[in-house]
Write a protein that binds this ligand. Structure first.
Ligand code: KIV
Length: 283
């Protein structure tokens, strides 16, 4: 998205919705810190998601359930400081909104006030529509998240593709319509069969952002450590490695270790000088 003079334009809820109308695919990646946010922002990404996936890829938990509001605020604030043009979305962690509408508005407000994000995301369909409505009415834009919702991993009995039977597919379509009706300005579809995701995208006006949901969505999101091959615990089927940064990093670390061991780093150009007569007096 650019202004006429070539300067990049700030992505907003309005520009993201317009992208769907224009058939311009929406790009989103997860980010969890300032440096990565700056790099992605400078690359022209539309939205940065500070996902609760940080529990797995940044903190090493086996799922997202232990992530706290404090974790989310800390990382969201860092990303917000690095994002000039991208719309920053803060994820609401497990049990920060399921408990009540009051908790949902209170915690969404904290993410915005303390994390300085532009929108929040929460998982669930019809069950969390009262929360989506109340948060939206508090002037906080909401992205919904349906299909495979990782915070429900125990209820699902694992990370599985959703909406495969006729009944489940109909339910997902209804969930998408319900979150739109409740006021969400966009909806993430995770691990949904591609044809169903395309049908959902045609059936609602708000943009769909797919992850493992095929090319028929209005936009795509990936976890950045996945798409840069930096996370090797497992590789979901929907992940493509766009660069092998994991290998580049390991090569860089190995080169550093070698040079430190053999004494070739730091070299002359990396060191600070002191006058000879000053140092001589110390011997
Ligand atoms: O937490 C996250 O990163 C997410 C995306 C995978 C959509 O919810």
């Amino acid at each position: 998205m650019r202004r006429r003079n070539g300067e990049k334009m700030k992505n907003t809820v309005a520009t993201v919705k317009q992208q769907k109308k224009d058939g311009d695919k929406i790009t989103m990646l997860t980010a969890y810190d300032y440096s990565i946010a700056r790099l992605m922002d400078e690359s022209g990404i539309n939205m940065l998601l500070v996902g609760d996936s940080l529990g797995m890829v940044m903190l090493g938990y086996e799922d997202t359930l232990s992530v706290t509001m404090e974790d989310m605020i800390h990382h969201t604030a860092a990303v917000s400081r690095g994002a000039k043009n991208a719309l920053v979305v803060g994820d609401m962690p497990f049990m920060s909104y399921q408990t009540s509408v009051y908790d949902a508005v209170f915690n969404a407000g904290r993410l915005m006030k303390e994390g300085r994000c532009n929108a929040v995301k929460l998982e669930g369909g019809a069950a969390v529509c009262p929360q989506i409505k109340a948060i939206t009415e508090a002037s906080i834009p909401v992205i919904a998240h349906i299909g495979l919702t990782p915070q429900s991993v125990n209820a699902f009995g694992g990370f599985k593709v959703q909406g495969k039977s006729e009944e489940a597919a109909r339910r997902l379509l209804e969930e998408a319509k319900a979150v739109e009706e409740a006021g969400a300005f966009s909806v993430v579809l995770e691990c949904v069969p591609a044809k169903l995701a395309a049908l959902i995208s045609e059936s609602i006006e708000i943009p769909t952002i797919g992850i493992g949901a095929g090319a028929g969505c209005d936009g795509q999101v990936l976890v950045y450590q996945d798409m840069l091959a930096m996370f090797s615990d497992f590789k979901p089927k929907f992940v493509k490695h766009f660069a092998d940064v994991g290998t580049m990093m390991k090569d860089g670390f190995a080169a550093y270790i070698k040079e430190v061991k053999e004494g070739s780093f730091p070299a002359e150009e990396h060191t600070f000088k002191i006058d000879e007569d000053v140092i001589k007096k110390l011997y």
